[in-house]
Design a protein around this ligand. Structure first.
Ligand code: HEM
Length: 116
């Protein structure tokens, strides 16, 4: 489970970015398939993350990391869905800001660079 989590997270971010740029380029068919794969990776990350949380007996730093990871997944999903619908507009800075901040903090907490 540790490897499923650690080996998947960067792939999820890369696939998310590719899906975003495909949507921006109007390549809807490719984007649709990739978006489905991105959603599959959400499930992989959440499932493997919950298993790791049990291994860590719900250590508080990882519980906070998990909550922020869910916010990160929300930000990614909103960016993709709103880009597709053309309704990202003025909300773009908010969702991209949320994406960057939660991603950085999630990585720092996950890698124990931030500990408490
Ligand atoms: C998109 C979402 C997520 C990303 C990008 C992410 C990223 C990461 C990263 C970078 C690490 C450190 C890996 C390493 O040691 O090299 C990690 C570890 C961890 N993640 Fe996640 N994660 C996500 C979702 C979740 C979720 C939803 C949970 C819990 C429900 C979770 C729980 C954990 C735990 C407990 C660890 C510590 C693993 C260990 O060191 O044994 N993660 N995650």
């Amino acid at each position: 489970m540790y490897h499923a989590h650690v080996d998947s997270w960067w792939l999820l971010i890369v696939l998310f970015l590719i899906t975003y740029f495909l949507l921006r380029a109007g390549k809807d068919k490719g984007a649709k398939i990739l978006h489905m794969i991105v959603r599959l990776f959400y499930i992989v990350m959440i499932f493997s993350g919950v298993v790791l949380l049990f291994n860590w007996n719900f250590a508080i730093a990882y519980v906070i990391k998990a909550i922020l990871a869910i916010v990160l997944i929300y930000a990614m999903e909103m960016i993709l869905v709103r880009t597709k619908k053309g309704t990202l507009g003025s909300k773009a800075p908010m969702y991209w800001g949320l994406f960057v901040v939660t991603l950085v903090v999630v990585i720092l907490l996950g890698m124990r660079i931030i500990t408490f």
